[in-house]
Structures are given as C-alpha cells and as structure tokens.
Ligand binder design. Structure first.
Ligand code: E4P
Length: 213
C-alpha cells in the first residue's frame, strides 16, 4: 500500500520524504502556505519523486484543460486534480489523450468513481472523512469502488482521501486500497503505541541492572 502525505507544507514533506510515496495538495492546503502556489508546487516536486497532485480552479472543461497543461509543465511528477463534474470529466478525457495524469477529486459515491474511471482518470479520490461527517460510511464507498474497478479491470487507482485518524488507514489497508493520502498529524500517529513507549522504558530500566563487564 502506498502512503501519500496530504499537505502543501514543505517542512512536513521534507521530514517524511524518506517514507512517503507521493503528495496531495488542494487549494485549501496551499492557501495555508502564504506563498505563490506555483513556487510551493515546484519545491514539493523537487523533494518527492512520486506523484504530486495539484488542483485546477476553473469550472469549465476548456479552462480546466488550460490550467492542467500549465500545472503539468511545472514538473514531470505533477498529477492534475480535477473535481468530479460533467465538465471535469470532459477535461479528464481530453487530458488522458494528451498523456496528462489526472486525479478526480471530491468523489463521494461509487457512481462518480465509475464515471471517472470510464473517462480515463489515473486516480480517483473518495473523501472518506467528509462522507463520515455527513453521517455516511466513507469506507463502504471505498469498498464499492474497489469492487467495481476489479470487476472491469479499470487501471484507475483509488486514493483514500480525507483521512481523519489511524483507523481510516487500517480500514483502507484491510480493504486493499492501493493508496491512502494522510495528513501529517495522522501519519505521525501511525508510528506510536503506548505499549511500545512503555516497553522501551522498561527495557532501558532493566538494562541498567545488567552488570557491565
Ligand atoms: C485529498 O486529496 C484531499 O485534499 C484531502 O484529503 C481532503 O481532506 P479534508 O476532508 O480533511 O479536507
């Protein structure tokens, strides 16, 4: 399973670069950096060799394609995030013919993911945390999408997005999701367990009792 970092913060990305397989950004994450987005994106693409998602803000297909071409020029590893709308999918079709990789974002249903895969999306991003927040079950949407992709052999890869806690990562891995994109604070939590800390403390304490030769 691949782990992406869901952030536009280069400090966080540098710290985790040895572990992560890619990065996802979005306009909200980039707005927190208070620097020109293209500058931040270029820097991120220089740190992480894997896919780095950056989102278009146009709402019409032509505008999205124009923006996507500009984003794709920033670096070879840029993947263009396109929201799941009819216009977005028209853009995805056009971009896939040009060989520009796309990540169809703001996916909340299996049907949206099916359409994105049919249009040639490289990735789809179901937002599990936001589905849960709205009273649904984000992971059951992920399970449905994985089944559909398997049934028809779609090459589109699923990125579990809007991850809120370590339980989401376990659920994604248990379902066999190929990728989860995880915020920095959640990624840090994956390393730790209170019994590990207690175990280390106990071993160090006991080690003091071992006679030194
Ligand atoms: C991923 O591609 C999205 O940018 C992100 O996971 C959204 O997460 P949020 O629902 O916590 O904003």
């Amino acid at each position: 399973m691949k782990l992406y970092l869901d952030t536009a913060n280069v400090g966080e990305i540098r710290e985790m670069a040895w572990l992560i397989d890619g990065v996802t950004t979005n306009p909200t994450l980039l707005s927190r950096e208070k620097r020109p987005a293209a500058e931040v994106l270029r820097e991120i693409c220089g740190i992480v060799p894997g896919p780095v998602s950056a989102e278009v803000t146009a709402l019409d297909a032509e505008g999205m394609v124009r923006e996507a071409r500009e984003l794709a020029k920033v670096a070879d590893n840029v993947v263009v995030k396109i929201p799941i709308t009819a216009e977005g999918l028209r853009a995805v079709q056009a971009l896939s013919k040009e060989g520009i990789r796309t990540n169809v974002t703001l996916v909340f249903s299996a049907n949206q993911a099916l359409l994105a895969a049919k249009c040639g999306a490289s990735y789809v991003s179901p937002f599990v945390g936001r589905v849960d927040d709205a009273g649904g079950d984000g992971m059951s949407v992920v399970a449905e999408i994985l089944t559909i992709f398997r049934n028809y052999g779609f090459p589109t890869e699923l990125i579990v997005a809007s991850v809120r806690h370590p339980g989401h990562v376990v659920a994604a891995a248990t379902l066999g999701a190929p990728i989860a994109t995880v915020p920095y604070e959640v990624l840090k939590k994956l390393f730790v367990h209170p019994l590990t800390d207690a175990g280390i403390a106990r071993f160090l304490k006991d080690w003091q009792q071992v006679p030194k030769g």
